[in-house]
Design a binder for this molecule. Structure first.
Ligand code: 5GP
Length: 183
């Protein structure tokens, strides 16, 4: 059976990363796309596992040679994109492929591949989202403000996506995502 390409989006700090990590751990037949980025690695992030970290020149070269399925500048600063070949190979092999990208990228994927399924991960409430962002403490106050501004815009766009799943609890949310994808 062939699964549609699945795109997971959602605002900053909603816990998409935890949901995706849970899916990877508990549903090993899922292929998670590794994105390219011009952002610097955070402590503990591993090249080729979390991201392919690269310079802007290297990133632009991938775009120019048609090797990016989609790409976007996120939070007005760094570029992020999905390398095309691993996604196409995994889909051709009949794997269930998940992209965890921003909403600009999700729109590009949906336009290029209307059969793709888009899932928006929403927080239980705005206050809870703010709490999750401030308590993880990985951004400065200024970065937090920028991310919350992006989050406000992203939450307003949630009606564009095929499904909305609330991340009230990681395991429950991840199971719901997998159910939707396999349905
Ligand atoms: P972070 O810097 O926190 O790892 O990611 C910031 C944002 O970039 C997240 O919203 C994430 O969904 C988005 N992002 C990560 N990879 C990609 C990608 O390949 N394409 C696009 N369009 N966005 C991405």
């Amino acid at each position: 059976m062939n699964f549609p390409l699945t795109v997971i989006v959602g605002p900053t700090a909603v816990g998409k990363g935890s949901v995706v990590a849970y899916i990877k751990e508990h549903f090993p037949d899922v292929h998670l796309s590794v994105s390219a980025t011009t952002r610097k690695p955070r402590p503990g992030e591993v090249e080729g596992v979390n991201y392919f970290f690269m310079t802007t020149e290297q990133f632009d070269e991938l775009i120019d040679s048609g090797q990016m399925l989609e790409h976007a500048t996120v939070h007005g600063t760094n570029k992020y994109g999905t390398p095309r070949q691993p996604v196409e190979q995994a889909l051709a092999a009949g794997k269930l492929v998940i992209l965890e990208i921003d909403i600009q990228g999700a729109r590009q994927v949906k336009a290029a591949m209307p059969s793709a399924r888009t899932i928006f991960i929403a927080p239980p409430s705005w206050d809870e989202l703010v709490r999750r962002l401030t308590s993880r403490g990985t951004e400065t106050a200024e970065e937090q403000a920028i991310r919350l501004e992006t989050a406000r815009e992203e939450l307003a766009a949630q009606g564009e996506f095929d499904y909305v799943v609330i991340n009230d609890e990681v395991a429950r949310c991840a199971a719901e995502v997998v159910e939707l994808v396999k349905a």
